[in-house]
Design a protein around this ligand. Sequence first.
Ligand code: CA
Ligand code: CA
Length: 99
Amino acid sequence: MTSHNSNLLSETKLKEIFSKYDINKDNTLDSSELNSLVSDVLRETRNLKHLTDEDNLLISKTVEELINSRDSDQNKTLDWAEFSAYYKGKNIIEDSESN
Ligand SMILES: [Ca+2]
Ligand SMILES: [Ca+2]
């Protein structure tokens, strides 16, 4: 049994998340794809069933900030390199202690 003190997901798992939310499979996450990712993360981490207007506002703000700060090539989407750099810099997803 191995336990990690770090909350970081493995790169494999992170890649799974990336492709799961990459709905149109263009290998980048656009703002609407990021929106559903951030929504799910928020729901999971706060154990929410429904998101309030306030939550949705927070989500779109987060997505906007994400793109503004992490979109190095400024094409308004986050590719894998941009996304993983973001994740490593700022832990948005907590490890769910899955076995
Ligand atoms: Ca996409
Ligand atoms: Ca980009």
